[in-house]
Design a protein around this ligand. Sequence first.
Ligand code: AMP
Length: 420
Amino acid sequence: MGNIISKPRGTVDLFGISADRYQDLVLTLDRAARCYGALPIAVPTFEESKLFKRGVGESTDIVNKETFDLAPKGDHSYTLRPEFTAGITRAVIENKLYASPDLPLKFYYSGSAFRYERPQAGRLREFHQWGVEFLDADLDLSTTAEAIALMVDQAKMLGIKPQLKINYLGSAASRARYRAALVDYFEPHIDAMCEDCRHRLKTNPLRILDCKVIADHPLVEQAPAITDFLDHEDQESYHRLLAILEALGIEYLSDNRLVRGLDYYTGVVFELCDESQPELGALGGGGRYDGLMKTLGGPEFAGVGFSFGLERLLLALADAGEKTPGLDLLLLDLSRGAEERELAVIKHDLRLRGLRVAAANCHKALGGALKMADRLKARFFLFKDESGYHLKDLSSREQHELGTELLIEKLLVLIGGKNA
Ligand code: AMP
């Protein structure tokens, strides 16, 4: 082989069982979102750079140092999306979806996002997100709670034990008071803090609480808490929201240091981890953003959304047990092609019943094909030799001898047809 070209750092090739699990994961998440009346939305992979500068915020790490900016084309500068909320909000404004009589708007999405971060386990430069955005002129608390409930439902459906952290950032006025208190608090210590934090003190002091350099530092632990700066209306909304979550049986941890890495959040913010694998970090997070639509030139419209990182979810699921079923049936033709038409018909009939059926290469020996069935997580193995058909149940290891008469019907009874 000559000179091989490798994939860029921080990207992955997805194939085989992992690709299968990825597809399955997206389908499971989609199905749950549909139960909440959400519809799919797709937006461009790249947008005008100014969308993210204005939308995500110039003081965030994501826009400040992590964007993939494309070479300018004429008068336009484009950036690969680092997240979806800004693009979806732009789409709602541009297509006047806010004028729909059917509010709230409820969207779900999935696809790649790009951030120029230092690659490590669970941190890539091209990764994939699955998320929702619920939007309304007057977004009620029960719709806000639905976004959180959906995220928790989905984690449970996947076999993850969710640990939900929640905080309330409050209205613009509450945040302004909190901001001022943080500046007063951190200013005397600023010389001892990292360069990013010195910058954050001026641009967005809330983000100091999220600093990786001084995480767990007493200075951060003893910093003023946002909850002490919420006005009466904010406090009431937060309590009502928590009461809805409690009524839904959703457990949460109040974390008044949780600020999240994007500038647009206003009210509730939340993050979900796997309780049994906290070292994986947040599997997903989100919050409410009441000012984003206005910032991007649209009407007064509020939103709530969250996104899961799909690679992180897959990492978590690898330990939550291999739940993804593989094939329903692997078939081996030991007649070496003599019965190719009959076998073609069997595979076709079973596939039309919704079963996942594959055939081993016809030069494979019985032992090799059985190992292949195990690797592909097949439930059943069928082989044909001169004495007839033999069906092996790979979980019970029971074997059934079958003649050609009513073969499909017998197979369906034993395997269980999906659309039968
Ligand atoms: P965020 O948009 O920053 O709230 O991220 C939402 C989720 O996306 C996180 O909880 C992670 O699971 C995932 N995520 C964010 N950045 C990365 C990255 N660089 N690589 C892989 N997953 C990421």
